[in-house]
Design a binder for this molecule. Structure first.
Ligand SMILES: Cc1cc2nc3c(=O)[nH]c(=O)nc-3n(C[C@H](O)[C@H](O)[C@H](O)COP(=O)(O)O)c2cc1C
Ligand SMILES: Nc1ncnc2c1ncn2[C@@H]1O[C@H](COP(=O)(O)OP(=O)(O)OP(=O)(O)O)[C@@H](O)[C@H]1O
Length: 145
């Protein structure tokens, strides 16, 4: 039986149910879920993560839908993709990557993977479904005391 591999990726700074929703969605797209954790040096599109790289990886690896979690490559984001040889690359619902651009880059490297987009977790009044909102709440509640 051929095992189909899915890749998911992200920063996963302070974990929340939105991450869980994404990883469950991605896991359902194949048999084995491989997660690539962005190195803090590569998170340049927003404030860098607070939690150290290996601690973020360890926490994601412990999540039920995840089969393998690795820190991404420091320089070339396609190195782990070439190692994993996924059948599906699952982008997060709001991830800043362009689906077509990723698909074209994969094709350029001879990687035959489908690029799909996961869904967003419905919001819920009490929940803080983004790391940014969790941090904002901490600053608001604990501020500079
Ligand atoms: C196909 C793919 C491969 C990636 N590989 C790496 C990698 O090897 N190293 C890394 O630091 N980040 C990697 N990333 C993560 C990106 O660097 C980026 O920081 C991440 O997608 C941020 O997503 P977020 O803002 O949703 O957390 C990869 C992302 C994608 C879509
Ligand atoms: N509420 C959510 N529902 C579904 N997927 C989510 C949700 N929040 C984050 N994700 C997904 O989890 C992955 C990792 O996202 P990331 O680590 O940037 O978390 P984040 O909460 O979006 O962080 P930030 O608030 O700093 O943008 C991304 O693919 C993102 O689309």
């Amino acid at each position: 039986m051929v095992t189909s591999r899915v890749v998911a990726q992200g920063t996963f700074d302070i974990l929340h149910p939105g991450h869980l929703h994404y990883l469950r969605d991605a896991a359902a797209m194949g048999d084995e879920l491989h997660v690539i954790i962005a190195r803090s040096t590569n998170v340049t599109h927003k404030a860098p993560p607070i939690v150290p790289d290996e601690q973020r990886r360890e926490m994601v690896a412990a999540l039920d839908p995840v089969d393998h979690a690795r820190l991404g490559h420091p320089d070339d984001i396609f190195v782990p993709i070439e190692e994993i040889e996924p059948d599906v690359v699952a982008l997060g619902y709001d991830q800043h990557h362009d689906d077509e651009a990723i698909a074209a880059a994969l094709a350029d490297r001879g990687i035959d993977a489908e690029v799909r987009r996961a869904s967003g977790r419905e919001t819920n009044d009490e929940y803080l479904l983004s790391t940014g909102r969790i941090i904002d709440r901490i600053l608001q509640e604990r501020g500079s005391d």
